[in-house]
Design a protein around this ligand. Structure first.
Ligand code: ADP
Length: 274
């Protein structure tokens, strides 16, 4: 027995423990700072439409809107600002629920099936756009099963498509590519890509678009009506599915968002090993 060694080991473990505590503390302050910024951003975003709703109602009440056209315009703004607030509150609630990380009802879901549904929804809402379902790497589209929450995964696809439609010029086509990739562990990864041919996203914005309320400048000025929360909702849902979402570099312009989730066995009763 050598007390010297014992003390040496003890001080080693003590240092390691202190290191862990420090890390945890840092993480905690970091997340507190993040939370504070989030609350500040959320209040700001909610206050903006409220201020303009109040402004227009005051103008109306004080008889400052002279013509029926002025009144009509003011009412239109009140309506669109309230819609914006509703969307914001809905998105904030979605995020808050995702943060609670409640165990969702999961079952096998085929991303290819979701892609076909989303493509036909897009066709109904944006008839001037072609939304094609294609395979990954120029192959045929193939089933891509994951274990997950179907309605949340539908929201992921919908948010990515809404952006692709919103930030690209009229008539510009989209592709939804679905298939499997080999995973490092020898299994497979199910992949869904939303590709557009619009202006794409600058490198400096690319790293930040998944942050809450972050919007690339050009889109802010273009008043596209988004809340800045769509991609953070996508990222939170995919994280819950042990997956990853990435904005890929594209050479020919346009943005490509790639979602990867661990592949699971299909539900098909007839499939090989059940
Ligand atoms: P929102 O669309 O409501 O602003 P998002 O979180 O969905 O918020 O997107 C964040 C920002 O990323 C957008 O404001 C826009 O600047 C940029 N963006 C997202 N998708 C695309 C796309 N397909 N093409 C170009 N820019 C995009």
């Amino acid at each position: 027995y050598n007390p010297q060694t014992e003390i040496g080991q003890l001080s080693g473990s003590l240092n390691a423990m202190l290191g862990h505590i420090e890390d945890a503390f840092d993480a905690r302050t970091r997340s507190e700072i993040k939370l504070r910024r989030f609350v500040a951003d959320a209040s700001h975003e909610l206050r903006t439409p409220l201020v303009s709703i109040r402004g227009y109602s005051e103008l109306y009440r004080h008889g400052a809107l002279q013509t029926p056209e002025d009144v009509g315009k003011a009412m239109e703004r009140i309506e669109s600002e309230s819609k914006r607030m509703t969307q914001l509150v809905e998105d904030l609630l979605t995020l808050a629920r995702l943060d609670e990380r409640r165990v969702a009802t999961t079952r096998p879901v085929d991303l290819l099936h979701l892609a076909y549904d989303a493509a036909s929804d897009a066709h109904a809402t944006a008839p001037d756009r072609t939304v094609r379902v294609v395979g990954l790497h120029d192959s045929q589209p193939e089933a891509a099963w994951v274990h997950g929450d179907e309605s949340k995964l539908r929201q992921v696809v919908a948010n990515l498509i809404t952006n692709a439609l919103r930030y690209t010029p009229a008539g510009s086509p989209l592709e939804l590519a679905v298939g499997l990739e080999s995973a490092v562990d020898g299994g497979f990864t199910s992949v869904l890509q939303v590709r557009d041919h619009g202006p794409g996203i600058d490198r400096e914005d690319a790293e930040r678009v998944f942050e809450r309320f972050y919007r690339a400048d050009s889109s802010r000025t273009r008043e596209t009506g988004g809340t800045g929360l769509g991609l953070s909702i996508v990222a939170a849902i995919i994280a819950q599915h042990d997956g990853a979402v990435k904005l890929e570099e594209t050479d020919g312009g346009g943005a490509t968002f790639t979602v990867r989730i661990p592949h699971t066995k299909p539900v098909d009763e007839d499939s090989e090993d059940a």
